[in-house]
Structures are given as C-alpha cells and as structure tokens.
Write a protein that binds this ligand. Structure first.
Ligand code: DHB
Ligand code: FE
Length: 280
C-alpha cells in the first residue's frame, strides 16, 4: 500500500544555492537558516521516501508570461534543472514517475480540475533548492519526482481555497495509488516577501506566524483571504504560500505531528521557514 510519510515545506530563495555552493552554512548570516535542516534530513533519511510530489511555482523559466497554466502537472521521464543556478551547479537531473503522474492527472481531471499536462518540463530553484537542503551532497536525488506547478506569478492567480481543494484532490489520488511506494509531499516558496515595487523588501512576521500556527490543524484559516488580501499581507511573492496550502491539502485528514519548524528573517528579501508535518 502506498504510504504518505508527511509533508516537507520550505522557502526556496535562490541565494541559498549560492551559499551551498560556497559552503557558507556556518556563516553567521546563514547559520540560523541552515540550522533548520538537520532534523529534516534526519527524518528523510529515516523514512526513505521513494517519490516526492512537489507543489511549487515556476519563475518564468518553464512557463513565461505569454503562456501561464493555472495548474500544471509534470508527466515526464525526467526533468532538467535549468535555473541560472546562483552558483549552484544545475547538472542534477530529476527522475520522473510518469505512471504516478498520469494517475494523478486522471484523478484531477476526473475531479473537474482543468490542468495542463507537461511531458516536457524544466524545473528551477523552486525545486532544486528544497532538494539540496533536504538531501545535501548526494550525486543523484534519492526520490522520483512528480512536479505540480501553481501559477503564483501572472494574475489572476487561483484562489487559496482552490489550491487547498487541488491539494486535497491530489491527496485522494495518492490514497488510491496502488504501490509499495513511500511518498513525501512538498510545498516550496514563501513565506512573506516582495521583490519589486514600492514595497520591495516587505516582510510580515505576524502573518507568517499565523500561517505556521494554522497550517497543520486549521488550513481552512489560510484560505479565508482573497489573493489581493494575501498579497497585501504576504507581499507580491509571498503568495507562494499557495504552494504550502496545496501541499497541506494533499496530506488530507490523517493525524499529523509537527516534527520540526524553523523561521528566520531575512534570507535575501524573504522571511524563510522550514517545516515537517509528519503523518503519525
Ligand atoms: C527570492 C525569493 C524567491 O522566492 C524567489 O523565487 C527569488 C528570490 C529572494 O528573496 O531573493
Ligand atoms: Fe520564489
């Protein structure tokens, strides 16, 4: 039977890749952030998932503003990391799991989600940074990947409520997947940050705290705001919380325990956080 081991949530600031490439994990600026990851690495090394189902957003590398799917599910044999890298080598290929991808796609379409299917897909720092943080110093990623991209870039964005529903539908698809696989669900991005405009540099720790405190037991609380309301509270790029909300949805109603949480301001322009919600 397929086992869902829980959810791993993290920010994906590209500068983290530069810090990893330069070995700056113990540098005073970076240490409080990187200190969040040994418990996550330990959990993953104990549980040894076979597949990662990852909710993330593309940053203009695979999709650009001229063609922007609201929800896109990868169904490729492999995914190349094609980010500019910020110093992090981009050579490591992500191996796909097309059979599981198509099972999820069938289930989502059956549930009336009008998704885009991608049999060719590049991934960027929203994928490579969370993987590097989870599995440092590996030659090859130890999990297969099913990428699910949510539009957090080109408005109109899907509502938080819709992202939670998408995640829940993916969770039901995972429940009905007949395999011996262990699956980790991931949500990347956030927390509050704004990279551009008059409020560039905006961070809102009260809202971040609210999200961290309600993610596990009351995700409905995170979907009460409109997209404009989330942008106001979290910043223009803080809407990446949509990826966390969808990933939380995929964990369903099973009992969860917060295995670890770390929150640190700032990393680059971002309030950075990492969380593991373990299925218990
Ligand atoms: C930063 C954060 C992001 O989520 C991103 O995609 C790019 C840059 C930042 O804070 O620098
Ligand atoms: Fe981002």
């Amino acid at each position: 039977m397929t086992e869902i081991i829980g959810g791993y949530f993290t920010s994906h600031v590209p500068a983290i890749g530069g810090a990893i490439a330069k070995g700056l994990q113990s540098d005073p600026y970076w240490k409080p952030f990187f200190d969040g990851f040994p418990p996550i690495q330990k959990w993953l090394n104990q549980e040894k998932p076979d597949v990662a189902v990852v909710f993330y957003n593309d940053h203009g590398l695979n999709f650009f503003l001229d063609k922007m799917p609201t929800f896109a599910v990868g169904a490729a044999d492999e995914y190349q990391s094609a980010d500019e890298g910020w110093g992090l080598p981009v050579y490591k290929t992500f191996t796909g799991d097309p059979a599981l991808s198509w099972h999820i796609i069938e289930a989502l379409v059956g549930d009336e989600f009008d998704i885009t299917t991608c049999q060719k897909m590049f991934v960027d720092h929203a994928m490579s940074i969370p993987f590097e943080l989870a599995w440092p110093n590996v030659d090859a990623w130890p999990v297969k990947l099913v990428p699910i991209a949510i539009n957090t870039v080109q408005h109109p964005l899907p509502s938080a409520k819709r992202c939670l529903a998408l995640g829940r539908a993916v969770g039901r698809a995972l429940e009905s997947w007949e395999s011996d696989d262990k699956i980790v669900v991931m949500g990347t991005g956030g927390l509050s940050h704004q990279l551009d405009g008059a409020r560039a540099g905006f961070i809102n720790s009260d809202y971040d705290r609210f999200c961290l405190d309600h993610l596990m037991n009351d995700p409905e609380a995170l979907v009460q705001d409109s997209i404009a309301g989330i942008v106001e509270k979290a910043g223009t790029q803080g809407v990446e919380i949509l990826n966390w909300i969808a990933a939380r949805g995929a964990l369903g109603a099973r009992p969860l325990a917060k295995r670890t949480e770390n929150y640190h301001i700032p990393i680059s322009n971002t309030a950075a956080a990492s969380v593991v919600l373990e299925a218990v």
